[in-house]
Design a protein around this ligand. Structure first.
Ligand code: NAD
Ligand code: UGA
Length: 464
């Protein structure tokens, strides 16, 4: 039921990392549409109405402010939102199931199913439902079946429109995406609904970037895209372990192979391991799907991407322990960064969490520094109480420490005064660069024992 002032009423259910930024972009680019974002969490909705947004993303606040209260609205009144909408985008969370059948691998669809029931109950007119969350293949078909059970004579067309934005660059990705994928049933009504969604994006995205497919291809493409990206990181991380054994340099290897245009140079940065709420979850979802169809070899192949990631996490802590004379008990260790990547406050599945837990088991004194993620770090680590210290200032965090471990590739860590830091640390002073962002030769000259990823360590103290 379009508000008379606007051409269409768009609703988004789920005001998180995807729902908030995506709908802000649509509202900004399409003043002719009324865009409402709803969520069950009141504090989140309240925060979207202020300048202290619930998530940090470069450029997001300016984007939200450009449309808020003009054609972009945030609300907890889900039923009203559903009643008034023509098109409903759903971007609720779809975490890995932690209980029952498929626990640890398959997607937990309880939040998704609740939205289906809300839509069924509150709708008073036909609607297009846009699946934005990442979901197992055939979820859209299942949803359409549930919605078709209504006794109000209403018609619901479900299309799949997976999101490919990366955190930290979300606004750029939304404004100028490599592609927008819209999948639908290949029936007359399915294609009509799909075209309506294409028209929304065509307000600012060139047609050649708007690609269409059938429903299942669209749903599967999202899982496969994330799995391929993560696979590249696991591939280079596996090679980083070999580089350390044979005195090769993983950055030089990545550079050499990445120049082959068939391979390409993206996503070849060796690291402590990929984090974030989606890579592991989506690969495991793919693994579960393959297992469901008896494709056990295919499932094992993709599961190995997650296993190498876990191996890389544990390898990093083992290297720290071994370098520091096999004992880190009572040693102050400063973690530079806790977010799962730079330019975000998000700490979901961050490798830094694993490293912290392992260091705490070894009874190290951990101090965590991060420019944006300390609030989330405190929440994630609340069970440790005051045993962990949080210090935004990296100089203060590093003072009196035995070691610094770089967890996140924040620019701020590249340009610190490491001479000053070195002078205030315990000796020997160790740096473990889990992101290969520092000037290792310079740090070595200053006096540090330097342990990069996938490169020969620069150590004044040779291990026995
Ligand atoms: P999120 O947890 O940040 O946001 C989800 C929001 O949905 C939460 O605020 C939650 O309160 C709300 N919600 C849950 N159930 C609800 C309901 N029944 N009614 C109303 N609101 C409800 O999650 P996210 O990171 O935005 O991810 C959402 C989906 O998008 C996931 O499927 C994810 O895999 C996918 N995705 C995420 C990213 C990313 O960068 N985070 C990128 C692409 C795709
Ligand atoms: C990823 C995908 O890039 C998005 O396309 C997708 O939409 C999103 O997941 C999703 O579905 O949620 P995101 O997790 O936000 O985006 O961030 P990435 O830039 O992909 O980084 C993921 C992790 O891999 C981070 O921990 C990052 O530090 C790490 N990484 C990335 C490396 O270790 N090496 C690299 O070369 C690149």
């Amino acid at each position: 039921m379009a508000d008379k002032k606007f051409e269409k009423n768009l609703l988004c259910i789920g005001a998180g990392y995807v729902g908030g930024p995506t709908m802000a972009m649509i509202a900004h680019k399409c003043p002719q549409y009324k865009v409402t974002v709803v969520d069950v969490v009141k504090e989140k909705i309240d925060a979207w109405k202020t300048d202290d947004l619930p998530i940090y993303e470069p450029g997001l606040l300016e984007l939200v402010k450009s449309a808020r209260e003009k054609n972009l609205f945030f609300s907890t009144d889900i039923d009203k939102g559903i009643k008034e909408s023509d098109i409903i985008f759903i971007s609720v969370n779809t975490p890995t199931k932690t209980f029952g059948e498929g626990a640890g691998k398959s997607a937990d669809l309880q939040y998704w199913e609740k939205t289906a029931r809300d839509i069924l109950r509150a709708s008073e007119s036909d609607k297009i439902i846009v699946e934005r969350s990442t979901l197992p293949v055939k979820t859209a078909i299942a949803m359409e079946r549930i919605l078709s059970l209504n006794d109000k004579g209403l018609n619901f067309e479900v299309v799949s429109n997976p999101e490919f934005l990366a955190e930290g660059t979300a606004i750029k990705d939304l404004e100028n995406p490599d592609r927008v994928l819209i999948g639908s049933k290949e029936t007359e009504s399915g294609i009509k609904a799909r075209n309506e969604i294409v028209e929304i994006y065509a307000n600012w995205i060139h047609r050649e970037h708007l690609i269409t497919s059938n429903l299942m291809s669209s749903e599967l493409s999202k899982l496969v895209a994330n799995s391929f990206l993560a696979q590249r990181i696991s591939s280079i991380n596996s090679i980083s372990a070999l580089c350390e054994k044979v005195d090769a340099d993983v950055e030089e290897v990545a550079n050499a192979i990445g120049k082959d245009t068939r391979i390409g140079d993206k996503f070849l940065n060796a690291s402590i391991g990929f984090g974030g709420s989606c890579f592991k979850k989506d690969i495991l979802n793919l693994v579960y799907l393959c297992e469901t169809f008896g494709l056990y070899e295919v499932a094992d192949y993709w599961e190995s991407v997650v296993k190498i990631n876990e191996y890389q996490n544990s390898r990093f802590v083992n290297i720290m322990n071994k370098a520091m004379f096999n004992t880190i008990a009572n040693k102050r260790i400063a973690l530079f960064g806790f977010a799962f990547k730079a330019n975000t406050s998000d700490t979901r599945e961050t490798a830094a969490l694993y490293v912290t837990q392992k260091l705490m088991k070894e009874r190290a004194k951990v101090v965590i520094s991060d420019p944006k993620a300390l609030k989330n770090a405190k929440k994630d680590l609340q069970s440790y109480g005051s045993d962990i210290e949080y210090e935004e200032d990296p100089y203060k965090a590093a003072k009196d420490s035995h070691a610094i471990a770089v967890m996140t590739e924040w620019d701020v860590y590249k340009n610190l005064d490491y001479e000053k830091i070195y002078s205030e640390m315990e000796k020997p002073a160790f740096i473990f660069d889990g992101r290969n962002i520092l000037d290792h030769q310079n740090l070595f000259k200053i006096g540090f024992e330097v342990y990069p990823i996938g490169k020969t360590p620069l150590a004044h103290f040779k291990e026995a």
